[in-house]
Ligand binder design. Structure first.
Ligand SMILES: *Cc1c(COP(=O)(O)O)cnc(C)c1O
Length: 387
């Protein structure tokens, strides 16, 4: 054991974050108060979108996006196989069916080719949304994905929890993840391992006034207040949910958002240090590949490891790293392999997702890490892999 365990990710909560929460606790509103709108406004400005709608978590954000689009039972959404469960599950929440797209085995991202293949599997059904995931923080090829989705009569919904702060350049235009230039909506999560943390928390961004209004209505029970109605009056055209993000957590989110430039710079510096520290471990280990258009703030530092060449199973590598104080995680088991989806759709052949899953291992990456921690991870990998 060399030092305390480095987890693969963790929050950075500082005294002023705590003070912001304490102030909210002393205020008049614990839930729907002025800090909700303040957080939303600051978030929309940060990512360059017209609207941002705060909600309970990243999963609720995805569900709200499906509700805002009014996706119907039997319609289809396309999600990449390599993502967190929620990207696919949100379609099922509204009764829609999921078609899984394969991913590039070196980036982990859905590509125009893998989307084109998935489109063939939609068959005669109505496709409503394609949900690219900016896995690790690298940006999916949004311009080309948007064109394919549009031709198929669908919109993009970016599942962007990994990519707050990431930018990309398409055709000489620099874009921020969350600006929703190519998508109907983008969704975020503020789970403690994500780039900013509120414990539980989420956000949906959009440039569409009507979608923003529907997100707000469905976030709070589906209640509307017609203009000029009696002060106690509300109406429910259709049932929504209680997916609100409390004022207390919005205060934390607002405080954390102010630190995004610093957190992003730190993640970029750590990523650069990893790139050089890990270079000697090739070809046994190579970092996941960054696409040309992407300028990421990485959420995950994913190493792709040739475990057969190493002569050790991934489980053994994970355990030996842990014994040396290095935590790691696998992002992700293909969602298409989950028992629920296998029961529903049968086994699906997605060779890119399988190759990614076989090789991936997420190494510690969070703003609180020291430069020396990166060196410690690289040294542990060198010893464990026998490189
Ligand atoms: C974290 C995450 C979610 C879910 O967010 P929660 O806030 O945990 O509900 C969805 N999709 C992706 C890609 C995520 O990383």
């Amino acid at each position: 054991m060399s030092g305390p365990l480095l987890p693969y990710g963790r929050q950075t909560i500082e005294d002023d974050d705590i003070a912001a929460v304490a102030e909210a606790l002393r205020g008049d509103f614990l839930t729907t108060g002025p800090t909700v709108e303040a957080f939303e406004t600051a978030f929309a400005e940060t990512v360059g979108a017209r609207h941002a709608v705060a909600c309970a978590n990243g999963t609720a954000a995805l569900h709200l996006a499906m509700l805002a689009l009014d996706v119907q039972p039997g319609e289809v959404c396309i999600a990449p196989a390599i993502t967190f469960l929620a990207t696919a599950n949100c379609a099922r929440y509204v009764g829609a069916e999921v078609v899984f797209a394969d991913v590039d085995p070196l980036t982990g991202l859905m590509t125009p080719d893998t989307l084109a293949d998935a489109l063939k599997r939609v068959g005669g059904r109505k496709l409503r949304a394609v949900l690219p995931v900016h896995l690790r923080g690298d940006v999916a090829q949004l311009d080309a994905l948007e064109a394919l989705a549009r031709d198929a009569g669908a919109v993009l919904v970016e599942d962007a929890p990994h990519a707050l702060g990431s930018t990309a350049t398409f055709g000489n235009v620099s874009e921020r993840v969350g600006d929703a230039r190519h998508s109907a909506m983008a969704t975020f999560s503020f789970h403690p391992v994500k780039t900013i943390a509120t414990g539980e928390g989420g956000m949906v961004t959009t440039n569409d006034d009507r979608l923003a209004e529907r997100l707000r209505v469905m976030r709070s029970h589906g209640m509307i207040r017609p203009p000029g109605a009696d002060p106690w009056w509300y109406e429910m055209p259709e049932p929504g949910f209680n997916y609100r993000l409390p004022d207390i957590l919005c205060a934390l989110g607002l405080s954390q958002l102010g630190k995004l430039p610093r957190f992003a710079a730190r993640r970029k510096a750590l990523t650069a240090r990893y790139q050089s520290a890990l270079a000697p471990l090739a070809p046994m280990l190579r970092p996941a590949v960054r696409p040309l258009w992407s300028d990421p703030v990485l959420h995950l530092m994913v190493a792709l490891i040739d475990f057969a060449a190493v002569g050790k199973a991934r489980r053994q590598v994970v355990e030996e790293l842990r014994a040396r104080g290095v935590g790691s995680q696998v992002h992700y088991i293909p969602v298409s392999r989950q028992p629920y989806y296998v029961n529903r759709y049968g086994p699906i052949d997605l060779p890119g997702a399988d190759a990614w899953y076989e090789a991936c291992l997420s190494l510690p990456l969070y703003p609180g890490m020291a430069d020396e921690d990166v060196d410690r991870v690289a040294a542990a990998l060198k010893a464990v892999l026998g490189a």
